[in-house]
Write a protein that binds this ligand. Structure first.
Ligand code: SF4
Ligand code: SF4
Length: 249
């Protein structure tokens, strides 16, 4: 079975994923079923992989023109999601051919309209695999690239070497994502195991903001909470404007 995990790692690397891991999600069963339903109960493992976004594109979210925001949307959202979906499908094929059950999770697709959520949280799997922590922005924050990573996952019962290694939260006193949000969608509460997302994030406010942009005939793109996170900006010498935005070590 080492062979299967090696094959998956090789394919993901070849496709450009910088993060590849096997998350033990059996411990999160209640949460997984609460979000995606009983159909997800047979899968104790998530193969999770992440693609790092190009910084020049993420920076457009802050000061880009309408046209430039379209460039972001095309390359850093639509295209990356397609790459994730293709890799998800490929990994799922390989696992199924090895004789195990699989459930390929879409890169980004709404499953519950009321809660505004997907069928499965890639970032929960990425946290379990030890790649980062859930920030006050509800995104997965990696120490290397902050939230500038898009994730994909494949659920399975294959006997892969899954781990449970959540990283300690390092947002500290930072409030950058909370302060920059134009509709105050974040409450400022840190992630706590077992608490619903609603404690930290009002997804309806964010969703409505996107709808309002469309109504005003503006680009339906925001992502300022992703742009501002100091963990995503630190390596490129971008000034960090406030004391509260210091990186916690
Ligand atoms: S995408 Fe924009 S509106 Fe939505 S939470 Fe982030 S900063 Fe707020
Ligand atoms: S911007 Fe600050 S508070 Fe928000 S996720 Fe990043 S480190 Fe955490």
């Amino acid at each position: 079975m080492g062979e299967l995990s090696d094959t998956i790692q090789t394919i993901c690397k070849d496709e450009g994923a910088e993060y590849i891991g096997f998350a033990d999600i059996a411990l999160l069963r209640t949460e997984v079923i609460r979000q995606g339903g009983e159909r997800l109960s047979p899968y104790p493992v998530a193969v999770v992989f992440g693609f790092v976004l190009q910084h020049s594109l993420v920076d457009l979210l802050h000061d880009g023109t309408r046209g430039e925001k379209n460039v972001y949307y095309h390359h850093a959202y639509q295209l990356i999601n397609t790459r994730i979906d293709l890799l998800t499908s490929r990994v799922a094929d390989i696992i199924q051919k090895s004789g195990s059950r699989v459930f390929p999770v879409p890169a980004s697709q709404r499953f519950d309209n009321e809660k505004i959520s997907a069928i499965f949280s890639h970032k929960l799997a990425a946290r379990q695999a030890g790649f980062g922590w859930i920030g006050k922005s509800c995104m997965l924050i990696t120490p290397e690239h902050g939230p500038r990573v898009r994730w994909g996952s494949v659920l399975t019962d294959a006997p892969l070497p899954a781990i449970s290694a959540p990283m300690k939260e390092k947002c500290g006193k930072c409030r950058a994502c909370i302060d920059i949000c134009p509709v105050q969608a974040y409450t400022g509460e840190p992630f706590r195991e077992g608490e619903p997302r609603e404690v930290r994030f009002n997804a309806q406010l964010c969703d409505k903001y996107f709808d309002d942009l469309k109504i005003r005939n503006e680009e339906s793109v925001c992502g300022l909470c992703m742009y501002i996170c100091p963990y995503g900006r630190k390596k490129r010498g971008k000034p960090i404007s406030s004391k509260n935005h210091e990186i916690q070590r």
